[in-house]
Write a protein that binds this ligand. Structure first.
Ligand SMILES: Nc1ncnc2c1ncn2[C@@H]1O[C@H](COP(=O)(O)OP(=O)(O)OP(=O)(O)O)[C@@H](O)[C@H]1O
Length: 283
């Protein structure tokens, strides 16, 4: 089977000498549910964000669905990136817009510019948006403003938006880091179920090793910008977990606690509130 995504010698250096990724090479196959774990600062977010070019890699190749993404710019990059959905830690919904319109934003990149500006969505997209919202239990919240929802509900809207984009690959950057354990479990369960049903390849960054073991078909451990573990959940032993998280982060990961606290959007997340929308990220 050919990989859907093939990454070769991926390097990211921030500024002069912060080497966040140190030559990562990995292949990802259709239908895999991959969880990336590792201590804070290991490079997990940088890795996920290099894949869809929210962060530009310094070196290496990113071949997605046969296209070298690292070489693309402007419209070609947007077109190819439309096949990659993204779920953010802080949801990145448009707070004053209602739930269904937020979900429909997932289709913006597939509409001609004038239709996207006027919000002229296709009937079948509206129907699918409603179906997805029903699936995640939000059928009664469809016309509520997004900023009236709980964190867990917002993230379920974020999942629906990413799925409505009809991607081949779904990236999720710490999707449950801002949620309480009950909401986190619901979000992971729904993400897992929907991606299984659609046979989507998912790459999810998590701090919680328990969730990684529960949901992943494959776990990647990253430490200091390099892959130190790549295997199925049963191969991730306690000793291996300690090795990955050696240092103060290990205790938090083993106790299934997130070192992240809910907070404001980072500047980068804010500027990519609708990363796949037409007209954005022109280079
Ligand atoms: N925009 C940036 N500018 C400079 N350095 C950065 C930037 N983003 C990340 N870094 C640095 O790159 C390294 C990897 O960061 P990254 O956020 O990818 O790690 P992470 O594993 O996702 O961490 P966490 O789990 O805490 O989110 C860290 O040393 C971090 O300080």
């Amino acid at each position: 089977m050919n990989p859907l995504l093939s990454i070769k010698n991926l390097v990211k250096v921030y500024g002069k000498d912060t080497r966040a990724l140190n030559g990562i090479s990995l292949d990802f196959y259709p239908g895999e549910f991959i969880v990336v774990i590792g201590p804070s600062g290991a490079g997990k977010s940088t890795f996920i964000r290099c894949i869809n070019r929210l962060v530009d890699p310094s070196e290496g190749e990113i071949v997605f669905d046969g296209q070298h993404l690292e070489k693309l710019t402007g419209r070609k990059l947007r077109k190819n990136r439309a096949g990659i959905g993204m779920i953010f830690q802080h949801y990145n919904l448009v707070g004053r817009t209602n739930v269904i319109k937020n979900v429909l934003h997932g289709q913006l990149s597939n509409l001609p510019l004038y239709k996207s500006l006027l919000g002229l969505y296709r009937h079948e997209d509206k129907q699918e948006a409603v179906e997805l919202l029903k699936k995640v239990g939000l059928q009664d919240q469809i016309y509520k403003r997004a900023n009236e929802l709980s964190g867990g509900q917002m993230q379920r809207v974020g999942i629906c938006r990413a799925i409505l984009q009809r991607p081949k690959l779904l990236l999720a950057d710490e999707p449950i880091a801002s949620l309480d354990p009950l909401s986190a479990n619901i979000v992971m369960q729904q993400l897992h179920t929907i991606s299984r049903e659609k046979q989507l390849t998912c790459i999810v960054n998590l701090h919680q090793v328990d969730y990684a073991k529960k949901y992943a078909t494959r776990i990647i451990g990253i430490k200091q910008g390099a892959v130190v573990f790549d295997g199925v959940p049963s191969q991730l032993t306690e000793a291996m977990i300690r090795e990955i998280y050696e240092g103060k982060e290990s205790q938090m990961a083993l106790k299934n606690e997130s070192p992240h606290l809910p907070g404001a959007l980072t500047d980068n997340e804010r500027s990519h509130a609708m990363p796949m929308a037409a007209g954005q990220n022109d280079e």
